[in-house]
Design a protein around this ligand. Structure first.
Ligand SMILES: [Zn+2]
Ligand SMILES: [Zn+2]
Length: 275
């Protein structure tokens, strides 16, 4: 198919690692046999400086490192000309094919030029496991219960027309991802809802297939936007016999235990936090 082949371009890149970089890679632990946690990765995206870009491989991509072709994760070669690989496109780990010395490495990206412009970058990264990311989130990402309570009040005040918001808003204590009780209640700072999903499973799922989409609202929920809901964490320990709670306009909450208790009457026990 000569017409197709004419579109194929080769973009070479030559570079060498510094002794410090070689040392970092060599001394890093193995995530699995042959895969170091410190890696040299290739990332490709559209050349568009107007906004942050997601990884996007060009059509017909092939990556050669020194004398070997490198597998491109999640990419299946297509016979159709000009078809771009589907997102999410992942960073391409080149480390195992590189010279871990001062020798020069030669990388060649072959790609189909169908009028779009791409930028490539080589990065030295440390790949973290979902367990490491969870630990980090627990260390730096807990939203204080009082801040969460203020958010509850704000949400209920901001939605005066909503039927639910006139009395309160319900939040399930069951993770929508795995239908099990939440252990680490989490959502993105950008999510409009109070409902949480479980950080443990969310991070594990994104480790396998990184989409970083909120399972509640289906909007982007990237790692650096995640928070652990400190108020709901507290509620989960205090309310072990209910699968659902209701937040009230004053920021307090009550458990929803049975059908008859569903309308949140004043007789229903109301536990006020932080008072
Ligand atoms: Zn969301
Ligand atoms: Zn109630």
């Amino acid at each position: 198919v000569p017409q197709n082949n004419e579109k194929l371009q080769e973009s070479p890149c030559i570079f060498a690692l510094t002794p410090r970089q070689v040392e970092l890679i060599r001394n890093s632990r193995e995530l699995q046999p042959g895969v170091k946690s410190v890696q040299v990765v290739l990332r490709i995206c559209y050349t568009d400086t107007s906004s942050p870009q997601e990884d996007q491989y060009p059509p017909n991509i092939a990556v050669k490192v020194n004398h070997s072709y490198c597998s491109v994760p999640g990419y299946y070669p297509s016979n159709k000309p000009g078809v771009e690989p589907k997102r999410p496109c992942r960073p391409i780990n080149l480390t195992h094919l590189m010279y871990l010395s001062a020798a020069t490495n030669r990388i060649t990206v072959t790609w189909g030029n169908y009028g779009k412009s791409y930028s490539v970058g080589l990065y030295l990264v440390r790949q973290m496991t979902s367990a490491e990311l969870l630990q980090r989130l627990k260390t730096i990402g807990i939203k204080h219960p009082e801040l969460c309570k203020a958010l509850v009040k704000e949400k209920l005040r901001l939605d005066p027309d909503s039927e639910i918001a006139t009395t309160g808003v319900r939040v399930s204590l069951i993770c929508p991802l795995v239908k099990m009780r939440l252990s680490v209640p989490c959502r993105a700072e950008t999510c409009a809802h109070l409902q949480c999903f479980d950080a443990v499973f969310y991070l594990q799922m994104n480790e396998k297939k990184p989409t970083w989409m909120c399972p509640v609202c289906d909007k982007p929920a990237p790692y650096d936007q995640l928070i652990i809901d400190g108020l709901l964490s507290k509620i989960l320990t205090e309310c072990e016999d209910a699968d659902e709670i209701e937040y009230l306009v004053d920021g307090s909450w009550c458990p929803i235990r049975a059908e008859k208790e569903r309308s949140c009457s004043p007789q229903c026990p109301i536990l006020v936090l932080g008072e």
